[in-house]
Design a protein around this ligand. Structure first.
Ligand SMILES: C[S@@+](CC[C@H](N)C(=O)[O-])C[C@H]1O[C@@H](n2cnc3c(N)ncnc32)[C@H](O)[C@@H]1O
Length: 381
C-alpha cells in the first residue's frame, strides 16, 4: 500500500470517530472555539495554531484542513472581509467540514469559508472536477492513464484549484509531514506559487531531531501517525529557503517532544516564511543600519550586514527591511533628495557595501543648523 493510500484510509476513519493517538495537545484561543461544533473540535489532529499569525481582511489557505477547525478559527480572525479556503484530499474529512461550515457561518453572522478537494503537493488540480470529467467521459484501454494525465494537465491550466499569486497567508497544521518524500519539494514550490508577492506561509508541523531511519519510514502506522514522515528541523527550515522564501523564522518550538520513538524525538514547531525577495534591484540611494545585537547578519539574498554600519541597499531590499519580519532590527535611511522609482537605475551589486553619508545627503550638502530640540524635555518651541 502506498504512503498516500494509508494516510487517506487512516484519516477517513479518524473523520468518522476521534482517534486519540493522533491528538497533540494545543492551546487554541478559547474565544474562537465557542462557535465551532463539538464534532469538529473532537477531531482535532493539529499540533500548533498557525491562525495566531493571521490578520483581518486576509485570504487564507489551509493545507490539509481536516474537519475544518483552523479554517473556522481563521474565518473569525479575518472577519467578513477576509476569506478562508481549506484543502484536503480525504472525502470523509471534507464531508464533516462542509456539513459544519453553514453552522459556524450562522453563529458568526457571515460565511467566508469553503473547502476544496485536492492534494496539497498539487494545488492546481481540482480532484472533484477531475472526478466529474472522468465520470462523464470514462476512459478505458491501454492509453487511459495517459489520457487522464492529459485531462489533469488541462484542468490545472484552465481551472486551477488554487490560482497563482492568489493567497495572503498559507497555513497548515500537522500535515506536511504526511506527504511522501518524493513530493515534499514540489509541496513547498506549490505553497510559494499560490502566495502573492508579500504573502507568507505559517506552518505548524512535527519535526524530528535526527533523520528518521528508513525502516521507521516504511512503517505505515508511524507515517500516518505524523511521526516517520517528519523532516528534521534543519531540513524543514531549509525547504522554505530552497523554495525561494525569505525571513524564515522558527516562531514557536515545543521544548518537550510530542513523542519519542526509539530515541528519536518528534516535536511541534511553527515556522513563518515570506514571499517577495524576487524582482528588480533599483538604486534609489537608500541605506539601512543593522541595530544588533549580533555583530553581523546574513539575509536570504546573501547580503551581509554589520552592526552599526550604514549599508547601501536596493529599493527592494530597503522595502523588505522596513517591514516584518526585519523592521525591528533596522534603522532605515532615506536620501535627502528622493530618487523617483521611474528614474531609478539598476543597483550596482559590486559597489562598496557602505553607503557614505555624502551619498545620502548629496555631495553639495553644506547646511548648518541650530541644535535640535532634544534638550528641550520634548516641549516644542
Ligand atoms: C493530522 S490531520 C490534520 C488535520 C487538521 N489540519 C487539524 O488541525 O486537525 C491531516 C489531514 O491532512 C489530510 N492530508 C494528508 N495528506 C494530504 C495531502 N497530501 N493532500 C491533502 N490533504 C492531505 C488528511 O486527510 C487529514 O485531514
Amino acid at each position: 500500500m502506498t504512503t498516500e493510500i494509508s494516510v487517506r484510509e487512516r484519516y477517513a476513519n479518524a473523520a468518522a470517530r476521534a482517534e486519540a493517538a493522533l491528538c497533540c495537545p494545543v492551546d487554541y484561543d478559547p474565544q474562537y472555539l465557542k462557535v465551532i461544533p463539538s464534532e469538529v473540535i473532537e477531531r482535532d489532529y493539529g499540533c500548533g495554531d498557525p491562525s495566531r499569525w493571521v490578520q483581518a481582511g486576509e485570504t487564507v489557505l489551509d493545507l490539509g484542513s481536516g474537519t475544518g477547525k483552523i479554517c473556522f478559527i481563521a474565518s473569525q480572525v479575518v472577519g467578513a472581509t477576509g476569506r478562508v479556503i481549506g484543502v484536503d484530499m480525504t472525502d470523509e474529512m471534507l464531508e464533516v467540514a462542509r456539513r459544519n461550515a453553514p453552522l459556524v457561518a450562522g453563529r458568526i453572522g457571515y460565511g467566508n469559508v469553503e473547502f476544496r478537494k485536492g492534494r496539497i503537493q498539487d494545488l492546481a488540480l481540482n480532484l472533484e472536477l477531475l472526478d466529474e470529467r472522468l465520470r462523464r467521459e470514462p476512459l478505458a484501454g491501454a492509453n487511459a492513464w495517459l489520457e487522464a494525465e492529459h485531462l489533469a494537465d488541462q484542468l490545472r491550466r484552465e481551472q486551477p484549484l488554487v490560482a497563482d499569486n492568489s493567497v495572503d497567508v498559507v497555513v497548515s497544521n500537522c500535515v506536511l509531514n504526511l506527504v511522501d518524500p518524493v513530493s515534499k519539494e514540489k509541496l513547498f514550490q506549490e505553497i510559494f506559487r499560490v502566495l502573492r508577492l508579500g504573502g507568507r506561509a505559517v506552518i505548524s508541523d512535527i519535526v524530528s531531531d535526527e533523520p528518521v531511519p528508513e525502516a521507521m519510514q516504511r512503517d505505515p502506522e508511524l507515517w500516518s501517525g505524523c511521526i516517520s514522515g517528519a523532516l528534521t528541523e534543519t531540513e524543514f527550515l531549509a525547504a522554505f529557503e530552497k523554495a525561494g522564501f525569505y525571513g524564515i523564522e522558527l516562531v514557536k518550538r515545543d521544548a518537550r517532544p510530542w513523542r519519542t520513538v526509539k530515541g528519536f524525538e518528534f516535536r511541534s514547531i511553527t515556522v513563518r516564511a515570506f514571499k517577495g525577495k524576487q524582482g528588480a534591484c533599483l538604486e534609489r540611494n537608500q541605506g539601512v543600519i543593522y541595530k544588533g545585537p549580533f555583530k553581523e547578519v546574513l539575509d536570504d539574498d546573501g547580503h551581509r550586514l554589520r552592526r552599526g554600519v550604514r549599508t547601501a541597499v536596493c529599493d527592494k531590499t530597503f522595502s523588505l527591511y522596513a517591514n516584518a519580519p526585519y523592521r525591528d532590527h533596522f534603522e532605515v535611511v532615506e536620501p535627502l533628495t528622493p530618487v523617483p522609482l521611474e528614474k531609478a537605475k539598476p543597483f550596482d551589486c559590486h559597489r562598496p557595501a557602505r553607503r557614505a553619508p555624502s551619498e545620502t545627503k548629496g555631495q553639495g550638502y553644506r547646511a548648518t543648523t541650530d541644535a535640535s530640540q532634544c534638550c528641550d524635555s520634548g516641549v516644542s518651541r
